[in-house]
Design a protein around this ligand. Structure first.
Ligand SMILES: [Zn+2]
Length: 288
């Protein structure tokens, strides 16, 4: 199995730490990202299975449900429409940078009612406590692990830029599982395939396109820009300067939201670098 990983590294990941730094004028961000890539803040493009928001992107949907239950077809259609809206929006954002994006979708939904797994998460903390939900789901649909699934999709589709949407037939709090180098040394095989856990309802509200797009952008490398994740000062600055940035807020409708230069840079749409990006790196990681 080590041979599979080596082949993958050679073809798809020539340099795990490759980053979208334009001309190297600000080495602080570059070295911080390199040093702390194990943190979610340092997960940027070209890391893991969802590499950049460019070109052909494979989206694998896995519809999960509790044993003895099934997805209601109306619910499934509703969530599907929100996913499609998010994908359209991401395409439009990329087009603003003259980058063409094409999504190719695959779907596992059992006989239409979803695939039953034990201990289906019912909250954000369930997801945090069940980091192996994706490999568990992959086993149910016939894959040994995430790497095997990744390689198989790549072989069949010819696409090496792959993400998974896990659709959970419960209420919860949607979240992203992005790959980091921490995972490279610890459970590499389980985490390489990057995924979003998307619940039928999000904290009691119908799931929405802006949340889906926000979580997917994390897989391509985007950082949260709101106070609490970024510093409060950075969050306030973003509120003033990029109030409609999707990594800052998802309370507006998707079509009213946009991406700032920072998000565009992090997901590989542009090499344009601004010094203010540095303000969104967490204080504890500003070591250089
Ligand atoms: Zn976020």
């Amino acid at each position: 199995m080590a041979i599979v990983i080596a082949a993958l590294s050679a073809s798809a990941q020539p340099f795990l730490h490759e980053q979208p730094v334009s001309d190297g004028t600000d080495r602080r961000v570059y070295s911080t990202i390199q040093t702390h890539i194990g943190d979610s803040y340092a997960n940027t493009w070209n890391v893991g299975s969802a590499k950049k928001l460019t070109g052909k992107i494979y989206v694998l949907e896995i519809w999960l449900t509790r044993p003895g239950s099934a997805w209601n077809s109306n619910d499934m259609g509703f969530v599907q429409s929100k996913i499609n809206h998010a994908l359209d929006w991401l395409q439009r954002m990329a087009a603003r940078y003259s980058v063409a994006v094409e999504f190719v979708k695959g779907s596992y939904h059992g006989n239409g009612g979803g695939i039953a797994v034990d201990n289906l998460p019912q909250s954000y903390s369930d997801c945090a406590n069940q980091p192996l939900l994706l490999p568990r789901a992959l086993k149910v649909i016939g894959y040994d692990d995430a790497i095997q699934c990744y390689n198989r999709i790549k072989e069949i589709s010819g696409i090496d830029n792959i993400l998974v949407l896990i659709l959970i037939n419960n209420d919860g709090w949607s979240n992203a599982n992005q790959f980091s180098t921490l995972h490279a040394t610890n459970h590499f095989r389980d985490y390489f395939l990057e995924s979003v856990n998307l619940f039928l309802t999000d904290d009691g509200m119908p799931t929405n396109g802006q949340t889906i797009a926000h979580e997917m952008l994390h897989l391509f490398g985007a950082w949260d820009m709101y106070g609490g994740q970024a510093s409060d000062a950075a969050g306030e600055w973003a509120n003033k300067n990029y109030p409609n940035e999707i990594m800052l807020q998802v309370s507006s409708q998707l079509d009213d939201l946009t991406i700032s230069p920072l998000t565009a840079w992090l997901v590989g749409l542009t090499s344009e670098y601004h010094d203010w990006y540095w303000n969104f790196v967490r204080e504890e990681y500003k070591q250089y």
